[in-house]
Design a protein around this ligand. Structure first.
Ligand code: KIV
Length: 269
């Protein structure tokens, strides 16, 4: 049985919640036994499609990858990011986009970025019976207007805004929220004040759970932020495998007999 949004809510102040991004079926299959939540993040624009940021990611892309992740997993709660331009204009638009994601992927919840300015959208989606994960602090979809990937909450005023955003997201009905790239004191105070779990990324261990972008922690991203720990160096393993294959193709060692179909007939007429 899948983990539900209620299960995640009940993890507040108990065992930390493990979240990883997943964009494809094979990775989702491997992560399903280890993560509580698989987040089909719009980071896929950069990770999978080589975009500079997440702004050009489309709903169709999220649905295609979300559906693959849902099909390949059985246990984890699957949350799908609502991409830029699919929820900001009005709560009605947000609801139409969220319903499309839910219907076409079979996911359990959606995630969207923003605080007080997105409370109405979150409320509309939650009232329709769809789980919403919020996202405050650094908002990658607004990175062009925020002037790059900067740590958030560095002044008392900025920190107060993050707190107000987090409270607005909770009040609107979100079952959890991501806090991205803030100092530890901001994450700690928000986590202490909220009754829903906080999931940190670059926001210290003070949160109720942690999320990392899968390619970053596996060591296959070209560049990673300072807060990423690489739990593997798959770039080296992949390069070694590709080099070994290339050498064997070039010297005709591959395919050897065991990788060929035995002759069962003769080609003579
Ligand atoms: O898009 C994403 O992967 C995310 C996480 C980094 C939180 O929003």
């Amino acid at each position: 049985m899948r983990i539900s949004t209620t299960d995640i809510l009940s993890r507040k102040n108990t065992t930390p919640i493990v979240v990883l991004t997943a964009y494809t079926a094979p990775i989702a299959r491997i992560l399903d036994n280890h993560a509580d939540i698989l987040l089909v993040g719009d980071s896929l624009g950069m990770v999978v499609y080589g975009m500079d940021d997440t702004v050009d990611v489309t709903l169709d892309m999220m649905i295609a990858h979300g559906s693959a992740v849902v099909k390949a997993s059985q246990k984890a709660l699957v949350v799908i990011d609502m991409p830029y331009g699919t929820y900001e204009a009005s709560p009605e638009l947000a609801l139409v986009s969220a319903k499309r994601i839910m219907k076409e992927t079979g996911a359990q919840a959606v995630k969207l970025e923003g605080g007080r300015d997105r409370a109405a959208a979150i409320r509309a989606i939650v009232q329709a019976g769809i789980g919403v994960m919020g996202h405050v602090g650094l908002l990658p979809q607004r990175v062009r207007e925020m002037g790059g990937y900067r740590t958030q909450g560095r002044t008392t005023e900025e920190a107060a805004h993050i707190m107000q955003d987090a409270l607005a997201v909770q009040e609107a009905g979100a079952f959890a929220l991501v806090i991205e790239a803030t100092q530890e004191n901001v994450a700690r105070e928000v986590t202490a004040k909220l009754s829903v779990p906080t999931i940190g990324i670059g926001a210290s261990p003070a949160c109720d759970g942690q999320v990392l972008v899968i390619d970053d922690m596996l060591g296959i991203s070209a560049r990673v932020p300072k807060f990423v720990k690489k739990y593997a160096h798959l770039d080296e393993a992949i390069a070694q495998a590709a080099a070994a294959y290339a050498a064997e193709v070039r010297n005709r060692a591959f395919p050897s007999e065991e990788f060929c179909f035995p002759d069962k007939n003769s080609l003579k007429a």
